[in-house]
Design a protein around this ligand. Structure first.
Ligand code: SAM
Length: 199
């Protein structure tokens, strides 16, 4: 399997990806490319992330059954579905309501319990905080403080940070009141647009 060859070793992540049919999240002319390892257009000038990126971010998040995860950038709903297949309690926010409506239809069709809302995810979702994990699937100019504050003690956030054309993946770990970070280069996401993102 390609993901394994590329270094994804978390068996639970690989199993969850194996359970979610990616073609359901890609409507229109690109559906026949659903099982390629590439990002694809989903409308509203947005993309579904490539499977390797979804696997890598999920592995770095250390998402496990029963953990509470906030996703910023529902997009097609694929990443949220993979987290739900892992057994996570998933909360997800999308700024484009057309995309959110489609994603919700797929969650219902698959019988997945994903709590979602439309809006600006850069401010997080304080009602359900703190989260064991926060995954941001759009590129930010910097790590939003509002999201860091919504991490539980011991929680992790994965977020692409950098310019509008390319980013590094920043992995933030919260321990009590302090935060440590690690970075991995070489990612390319659509921009995170909002109060604590791009204009
Ligand atoms: N996770 C998605 C999937 O599995 O298909 C991929 C998402 S796409 C790369 C990034 C998404 O983030 C887009 O749908 C975009 O509209 C959304 N987005 C950008 N800024 C946002 C914000 N401030 N709040 C919520 N969603 C945002």
């Amino acid at each position: 399997m390609l993901l394994r060859q590329r270094g994804i070793s978390d068996e639970q992540v690989l199993a969850a990806i194996g359970k979610v049919a990616r073609h359901l999240f890609i409507a229109g002319p690109h559906v026949n490319r659903a099982y390629e390892d590439s990002a694809l257009p989903i409308g509203q000038e947005q993309t579904i992330s490539q499977p390797y990126t979804v696997a890598f971010m999920t592995q770095e998040l250390q998402a496990r059954s029963g953990t509470k995860i906030l996703e910023v950038g529902t997009g097609s709903g694929y990443q949220a579905a993979v987290l739900a297949a892992l057994g996570c309690r998933v909360f997800t926010i999308e700024r484009h309501l057309e995309l959110l409506t489609k994603a919700r239809q797929i969650f219902d069709h698959l019988g997945l319990r994903v709590v979602s809302k439309g809006g600006d995810g850069t401010i997080g979702w304080s009602e359900f905080a703190p989260y064991d994990g926060i995954i941001v699937t759009a590129g930010a100019p910097e790590v939003p403080e509002a999201l860091k504050k919504q991490l539980a003690d011991g929680g992790r956030m994965v977020i692409p940070v950098g310019g509008k054309d390319s980013q590094r993946l920043v992995i933030v770990q919260r321990t009590g009141g302090s935060y440590s970070t690690r970075e991995v280069d070489g990612f390319k996401f659509v921009p995170l647009v909002g109060k604590h993102g791009w204009n």
